[in-house]
Design a protein around this ligand. Structure first.
Ligand code: ADE
Length: 223
């Protein structure tokens, strides 16, 4: 899968994809994550990517032309199944959505800034608008990083048995059960006996009950 991310601040995305699981997924050739500087697709001496909004009002709006230049440039080389705009007024990201997107072909992600992007981009080029939660970020880059992470870790071959996504919170509609590691006792704080006994069916039962309890307490809306 190719994920092409279009942004006016490519520097924000230098870190998130160069470590750990996302880095490994790229090294294994499972995904190609490419960041494109929108300004390189702007025309004119000043390479402007934003302008005043029609009808007046404060705040600049990102222009249609640089986006379209960039998208069309990418579409000459590859076909894309989704063109996603990261926006607080999009559909809220969920584990289900990440599962679905992990099975798709190539995608482009647009990161917005300033007051927003020209509505014509949203109406005619974007296939999906995604929000990562009900709060406003300074731009779409961090949201794109979150979205990419949630998708790529689900792609076959990215995680090994130890980090398997199948036991993630949300994957079975429940939050995860608590986990412990050595020592079995730290300053009087003990690991539950059931986990130390080695009775696998009992451990599984305990984990399920704990997951259910935690979900009931913290996220009853999931049940
Ligand atoms: N851009 C700004 N805030 C955002 C959010 N919450 N989700 C996605 N993109 C955004």
């Amino acid at each position: 899968m190719i994920i092409d991310i279009i942004t006016v601040v490519p520097g924000i995305l230098e870190g998130p994809f160069s470590h750990s699981i996302l880095q490994r997924a790229q090294n294994k050739g499972i995904v190609q994550i490419r960041v494109h500087n929108l300004r390189e697709y702007a025309s004119g001496k000043h390479k402007n990517v934003d302008d005043y909004q029609y009808g007046g009002g404060s705040g600049m709006v990102m222009m249609i032309e640089p986006f379209v230049n960039c998208i069309e440039h990418l579409q000459k080389e590859n076909t894309y199944e989704e063109i996603i705009f990261l926006s607080p007024d999009g559909e809220t990201l969920s584990q289900n959505m990440a599962n679905e997107l992990s099975l798709k072909g190539n995608m482009i992600m647009l990161c917005g800034h300033y007051k927003g992007i020209d509505q014509r981009i949203r109406d005619h080029y974007i296939t999906k608008e995604i929000s990562i939660g009900d709060y406003v970020l300074s731009g779409g880059e961090l949201a794109a990083a979150v979205l990419v992470d949630s998708i790529v870790r689900l792609m076959p071959g990215v995680l090994n048995d130890e980090t398997s996504a199948l036991t993630d919170s949300f994957q079975d509609g429940l939050l995860s059960a608590p986990v412990y590691t050595r020592p079995a006792e730290f300053r009087g704080l003990k690991v539950p006996d059931i986990l130390i006994g080695g009775n696998t069916p009992e451990v599984e039962k305990w984990r399920f009950e704990q997951a259910l309890l935690r979900t009931k307490e913290r996220r009853p809306d999931l049940l």
